[in-house]
Write a protein that binds this ligand. Structure first.
Ligand SMILES: [Ca+2]
Ligand SMILES: [Ca+2]
Ligand SMILES: [Ca+2]
Ligand SMILES: [Ca+2]
Length: 251
């Protein structure tokens, strides 16, 4: 008798566990019982004995309800959205415009692996008003893609904060340890801290080519991670084919 009673306890415990999972955790009879503490435009309500979060809940736990969160899957309590397109900076792949003035992409024409001579040159400018002060603290990343459809060229280069130096005039110079990948950000006179010109040079690349217009360039910082950071995106048309590559100039 004792033995069979003991055997029953685990069975009852298992049934109780199944019931606990199957039944609504937040059973209710009135809306007042359903307030989960997350402040949403819509109040939490009790529907058919179950609490329904008014703003869809807060999946990323940043205190902003899903229905109002400009990035429902990424915690971003500050809700920053530079271009005001309702996609927050941390989940938007295109946060600000990048003006491209000159883009050159040259393929590798050397058969010697140690003497690859493909190269990329980029020149342009961008605004930095209404955002955190522009600087090298988080490093930089640049992505270059070409063509009207799926990219043939899709090259990414980056610099850490340790690769960059900022002088007393605010000029930022970045250089990879092997010096193959360089960038200069120059504050535009008359717009201190509000606009920069940039030049980037990447050399000794193994790019196979050919390349096609348009060329799309994304410069990312704060942090230097695509999508998550501030993504400045520019597209340039007006390209012409030259012997070993493509040259594009602002029309
Ligand atoms: Ca949220
Ligand atoms: Ca969020
Ligand atoms: Ca946005
Ligand atoms: Ca972004």
């Amino acid at each position: 008798m004792t033995r069979s009673f003991r055997g029953l306890i685990p069975t009852l415990a298992a049934v109780a566990a199944v019931l606990a999972v199957a039944s609504p955790v937040s059973a209710c009879v009135s809306d007042a019982e359903c307030d989960d503490g997350v402040a949403c435009t819509l109040i939490d309500t009790c529907q058919a004995g179950v609490c329904i979060p008014g703003g869809g809940g807060d999946a990323d736990g940043d205190g902003i309800c899903d229905a109002e969160d400009d990035c429902p899957a990424v915690a971003n309590p500050e809700q920053a959205d530079l271009d005001g397109d309702a996609a927050g900076d941390v989940c938007d792949a295109d946060d600000r415009e990048l003006n491209l003035v000159v883009v050159k992409v040259m393929r590798n024409v050397s058969n010697t692996p140690s003497k690859q001579n493909g190269r990329i040159f980029l020149k342009g400018d961008f605004l930095t008003i209404d955002e955190e002060p522009f600087g090298a603290a988080s490093g930089f990343l640049v992505r270059i893609q070409d063509g009207p459809g799926a990219s043939l060229l899709d090259a990414t280069f980056s610099w850490t904060s340790a690769d960059c130096r900022t002088n007393s005039s605010g000029v930022i110079k970045c250089k990879s340890p092997d010096k193959r990948v360089q960038a200069v950000f120059n504050p535009i006179k008359g717009f201190p801290g509000a606009a920069y010109r940039f030049i980037m040079k990447m050399s000794r690349l193994g790019l196979p080519g050919p390349f096609a217009e348009p060329v799309r360039v994304t410069i990312v910082n704060q942090p230097a991670t695509l999508v998550q950071g501030i993504d400045r995106v520019g597209v340039i048309l007006d390209c012409r084919q030259v012997n070993s590559g493509i040259v594009c100039r602002e029309g």
